[in-house]
Design a protein around this ligand. Structure first.
Ligand code: COA
Ligand code: AMP
Length: 633
C-alpha cells in the first residue's frame, strides 16, 4: 500500500482548505467563476462558492457535447425486470432533458420551484432530475419502496408545483402500481401540485386523473427544448428526504456548486475514473448513492453511467451483476454489501462468474452499511479486484472515508472504511466532545466546516439542522455513527449511535416504526430494534405489550402490526417480526433498554444493567424471542 500520494493530498488540503477547493473548482464550468471560496458567516456553518453561478445539467451534458463527446454513450439502461435495454449518447440525453425541461417550464415550473419525482429505475428518472436542474427547479426523488404516507410527508414538506410519477414499478414477480400510491398520498396531503406528469409503462399503464394528470411522453413530445438557466452555486439542486429519529423524514438540501466541485474531485481521486470510462453504481436513484454516483458524478466527469433496473439475485439469477459487467464493461462497480451477501448466499463458489467476462472491472466499491470482512474477502477472491469499502451518508453527499484509486491508496484491511478524504477533518469524540485519540471507539464527528457537497442545511429548517447535527458537540458535525481510527489512520465504522438501522443498505428509523406500532389501538407500549441478519445486515424486530383487557390472540395483532408498517412506511422497511411480551425491560427512570433487547436478539451475552427496574423482564424478552439469556463471559 502506498500512502504517500494520499498523505500529500490530505496535508495540502489541511494546510489551506480554501486553496484546495479553489483549485478543485477549476474543473467545473462556471457561468460566474467563484471570486470568494467560502463565506463563514452564512448558513449554519458557512457556505461554499457564495458568489458563483453555474448550471448542473449544462455541466453534466452540454459541456461534454461542446467538447466533442456528443456521440459518446452517456447512459446505458439495462432492465431485466422490464426485459429492455437502451443507450443514450450525450447528445440524445441532452435533447430529451432539454425537452422535458421545456415541458416543466410549460407547466409554470421556474427556478426554485420544487418537483417531486416518484419514478423507478428508468431513463426518465435521470432525465427528469436533469430537466429540473436545467431550469433551476429543485427535485426531490422519492424511493419506490415507500408507502403512500411516506410519499405524502415528502409532498407536504417540499410543496412541489409538479409531480413526475410512473404508472408502476416492477419488482420480481409483481407489478408495484405507483399511481394508486400517488393518489393515496395526494388524498392525505394538504398541499396539491398543479399538475402530475405520469410516465406510462407497458408493464402496467394507469388511468389518468382528468384535469390533474398529463401523459409524460405526450408532454415531452409537445414541448420544445429550453436552454440551461444559470443559477447561484448556493441554490438548492435537490432535497432528498432521509430517515431521522422520528416519523418525520429530514429534508437534506444539496446545493449545486459545491456538489459539482466535490463530485468531480471524487471521481478522480477516489474512483480513479476519467472521461469515457464506464461506471456502474448498482443502487437506486431514490437514495443518495444513486443521486451522486448513478446520475451526477459520472455525467459531470464525462463517463458512461449504467442504470440497472434489476436485483443482484432473481433477475434471473446470482450471475446478474456479472452479466451486466460483461455486457457493458464498467471499470468500477459500486454496490451495497447486502447485494454481495445475496449473491454469495446463492452462489457461494461464484460459479456463475465463469459464464461472463468481467475482465474490464478494476475495482469494487462498497457503501450503505458496514461490510463484514468475510463478504469483502470473498468478493476480493472471486472477482480478483480491490474491494474498497467507503463510508458516507445522505447528509454528506460524497464519501467521508474511502480508498483512493487516483492517489494509489487501496486500503487492504477488510472491515475498515479507508481514510478521510481531503475535506473531512474526522475525529472520534467521547461523550463530552473530547477527541479520544487512536484506537478508542466513540462518536465519529467532523470538525466544521463541512466540505463542498455536504448538506448546507435542512429544507426550511435551519434550527433542525443545528439540533440534529451541530448542538451536541459545538464546532463539530455529529455523524450519528460510532467508530474508531486505528494506528494507520484507517477508520472502522461500527454502527449508529441513534435509532437508525440499516436494512439491506436502506436507512430506516426504528423510532418511525415504533410510532406506527404505538398507533394500534390494542398496543400499550412497544420497542423496535435492529436485529442482526445474515443477508440484510439488520432487520427490524418489534416487541409489544398489549393493553390490559385485550383478549384477542397476540399473533393476530402481530400480523396486523406487520401489515400496518408495510402500509404506513412501505415494503422497504422489511418489518416482518413482532412479538408480544408481558412487560418491556426498562430502567428505573422508565427508559426502554433497547441495547439489552438487541443483545438478546443477536444471541450475545447480556449483562443485567444496574439501572434495570426488573431483571425478569429480560428473561421474558429472551423467552418471546426463543433465545437463551447468556450471562456475560
Ligand atoms: N419499489 C417497490 N418495492 C420495493 C422496492 C422498490 N423500488 N425496493 C424494494 N421493494 C420491496 C421488495 O419488493 C420487498 O417486498 P416484499 O416484502 O413484498 O418481498 C421489500 O421491499 C423488501 O425489499 P428488500 O429489503 O430489498 O429485500 P428483498 O428480499 O426483496 O431483496 C436484496 C434482498 C439483497 C436482493 C436487495 O435488498 C438488494 O438488492 N439490496 C441492495 C440494496 C442497495 O443497493 N441499496 C442501495 C444503498 S447504497
Ligand atoms: P444513507 O444516508 O442512507 O446513505 O445511510 C448512511 C448510513 O449508512 C451511515 O450513517 C452509516 O450508518 C451507514 N453506512 C454507510 N456507508 C457505510 C460504510 N461503508 N460502513 C459502515 N456504515 C455505513
Amino acid at each position: 500500500m502506498t500512502a504517500s500520494g494520499y498523505d500529500a493530498a490530505y496535508a495540502t488540503w489541511k494546510s489551506n482548505p480554501e486553496a484546495w477547493w479553489a483549485d478543485a473548482a477549476r474543473a467545473v464550468h462556471w457561468d460566474a467563476a467563484p471570486q470568494r471560496i467560502f463565506d463563514p458567516a452564512a448558513g449554519p456553518y458557512g457556505r461554499w462558492f457564495p458568489d458563483a453561478a453555474l448550471n448542473l445539467a449544462y455541466n453534466c451534458l452540454d459541456r461534454h457535447i461542446a467538447a466533442g463527446r456528443g456521440g459518446q454513450t452517456a447512459l446505458i439502461w439495462d432492465s431485466p425486470l422490464a426485459g429492455a435495454q437502451a443507450r443514450f449518447t450525450y447528445t440524445a440525453l441532452r435533447d430529451r432533458v432539454a425537452r422535458v425541461a421545456g415541458a416543466l417550464s410549460g407547466l409554470g415550473v421556474t427556478r426554485g420551484d420544487r418537483v417531486v419525482i416518484y419514478l423507478p429505475m428508468v431513463p426518465e428518472a435521470v432525465i427528469s432530475m436533469l430537466a429540473c436542474a436545467r431550469i433551476g427547479a429543485i427535485h426531490s426523488v422519492v424511493f419506490g419502496g415507500f408507502a403512500a404516507p411516506e410519499l405524502a410527508a415528502r409532498i407536504e414538506d417540499a410543496k412541489p408545483k409538479v409531480i413526475i410519477a410512473a404508472s408502476c414499478g416492477i419488482e420480481p414477480g409483481r407489478i408495484v402500481p405507483y399511481k394508486p400510491l400517488l393518489d393515496a398520498a395526494l388524498a392525505r396531503s394538504t398541499h396539491q401540485p398543479s399538475q402530475c406528469l405520469i410516465l406510462q409503462r407497458e408493464a402496467g399503464p394507469a388511468a389518468l386523473t382528468a384535469g390533474r394528470d398529463l401523459d409524460f411522453a405526450a408532454a415531452e413530445a409537445a414541448s420544445s427544448a429550453v436552454a440551461p438557466v444559470s443559477v447561484a452555486a448556493t441554490d438548492p439542486l435537490y432535497i432528498l428526504y432521509t430517515s431521522g429519529t422520528t416519523g418525520k423524514p429530514k429534508g437534506i438540501v444539496r446545493d449545486g456548486g459545491g456538489y459539482a466541485v466535490a463530485l468531480l474531485q471524487s471521481m478522480r481521486l477516489i474512483y480513479g475514473l476519467k472521461p469515457g470510462d464506464v461506471f456502474w453504481t448498482a443502487s437506486d436513484v431514490g437514495w443518495v448513492v444513486g443521486h451522486s454516483y448513478i446520475v451526477y458524478a459520472p455525467l459531470l466527469a464525462g463517463c458512461t453511467t449504467i442504470l440497472y433496473e434489476g436485483k443482484p439475485v432473481g433477475t434471473p439469477d446470482a450471475g446478474a451483476f456479472w452479466r451486466v459487467c460483461a455486457a457493458h464493461r464498467p471499470r468500477v462497480l459500486f454496490t451495497a454489501p447486502t447485494a454481495l451477501r445475496a449473491i454469495r448466499q446463492q452462489d457461494p463458489e461464484a460459479a456463475l462468474l465463469r459464464h461472463h467476462d468481467i475482465g474490464a472491472l478494476e475495482a469494487l466499491f462498497l457503501a450503505g452499511e458496514r461490510c463484514d470482512p468475510p463478504t469483502a474477502i470473498w468478493a476480493r477472491e472471486k472477482l480478483g479486484v480491490p474491494v474498497i469499502d467507503h463510508w458516507w451518508q445522505t447528509e454528506t453527499g460524497w464519501p467521508i472515508t474511502a480508498g483512493f484509486r487516483g492517489l494509489g491508496l487501496f486500503p487492504a484491511k477488510p472491515g475498515t472504511g479507508g481514510r478521510p478524504a481531503p475535506g473531512w477533518d474526522l475525529q472520534v469524540l467521547d461523550e463530552h466532545g473530547t477527541p479520544t485519540g487512536q484506537g478508542a471507539t466513540g462518536n465519529l464527528a467532523i470538525r466544521l466546516p463541512l466540505p463542498p457537497g455536504a448538506a448546507p442545511t435542512l429544507w426550511q429548517d435551519e434550527a433542525g439542522f443545528h439540533r440534529s447535527y451541530l448542538s451536541d458537540f459545538p464546532g463539530w458535525y455529529r455523524s450519528g455513527d460510532a467508530g474508531m481510527i486505528d494506528a494507520d489512520g484507517d477508520v472502522s465504522v461500527m454502527g449508529r449511535t441513534d435509532d437508525i438501522i440499516n436494512v439491506a443498505g436502506h436507512r430506516l428509523s426504528t423510532g418511525a416504526m415504533e410510532e406506527v406500532l404505538a398507533a394500534h389501538p390494542d398496543i400499550a407500549e412497544c420497542a423496535v430494534i435492529g436485529a442482526a441478519d445474515a443477508l440484510k445486515g439488520q432487520v427490524p424486530l418489534g416487541l409489544f405489550v398489549l393493553k390490559s383487557g385485550v383478549v384477542r390472540p397476540a399473533d393476530e395483532i402481530a400480523t396486523e402490526l406487520v401489515a400496518l408498517v408495510r402500509a404506513r412506511i412501505g415494503p422497504v422497511a422489511a418489518f416482518r417480526d413482532a412479538r408480544a411480551v408481558a412487560r418491556l425491560p426498562k430502567t428505573r427512570s422508565g427508559k426502554i433498554l433497547r441495547a439489552s433487547i438487541r443483545r438478546i436478539a443477536d444471541g450475545e451475552a447480556c449483562p443485567i444493567p444496574p439501572t434495570i427496574e426488573d431483571p425478569a423482564t429480560l428473561e421474558d424478552v429472551a423467552r418471546a424471542l426463543g433465545k437463551p439469556m447468556l450471562p456475560p463471559q
